[in-house]
Ligand binder design. Structure first.
Ligand code: 5GP
Ligand code: ZN
Length: 115
């Protein structure tokens, strides 16, 4: 699957909806979350539409790996060695946009386990 109709993040990837892009790679795009939960809160998404992390990994392992390396680049680019990379999978744990995205969070103390 490359793009899905009516998918918010496909529209951001296509440039149809504006976003503050902070990093790009061949297979990924990273942009600031509209409702940040930490001083650094960026979403790293694959350019190709898949509904969640496992589906992206199955469809294209290199694409999924690039989400992880892009996340590191985003954090490093803003001066953070330590960051949290979160993939909500399923509405039951808070996934609201069904286009794979890793949340890159940094810049404040992070509790464990997460809430
Ligand atoms: P989820 O809850 O699916 O794990 O994460 C979806 C994230 O997308 C949320 O953190 C939410 O704030 C963010 N988000 C929703 N709509 C937009 C938007 O139009 N632009 C940006 N940049 N982020 C969005
Ligand atoms: Zn999509």
């Amino acid at each position: 699957m490359t793009a899905a109709p009516d998918c918010l993040f496909c529209k951001i990837v296509a440039g149809e909806i504006p976003a503050e892009v902070v990093h790009e790679s061949a297979r990924t795009l990273a942009f600031r979350d509209i409702n940040p939960q930490a001083p650094l809160h960026v979403l790293v998404v694959p350019r190709d539409h898949e509904p969640n992390a496992a589906a992206s990994a199955e469809a294209d392992a290199a694409m999924f790996a690039e989400i992880a390396t892009s996340a590191r680049a985003v954090a490093a680019g803003e001066g953070y060695d330590d960051y949290r990379l979160v993939f909500n999978t399923g509405a039951g744990v808070g996934q609201t946009v069904f286009h794979t995205h890793g949340h890159v969070l940094a810049g404040r103390p992070m509790g464990w386990p997460p809430g």
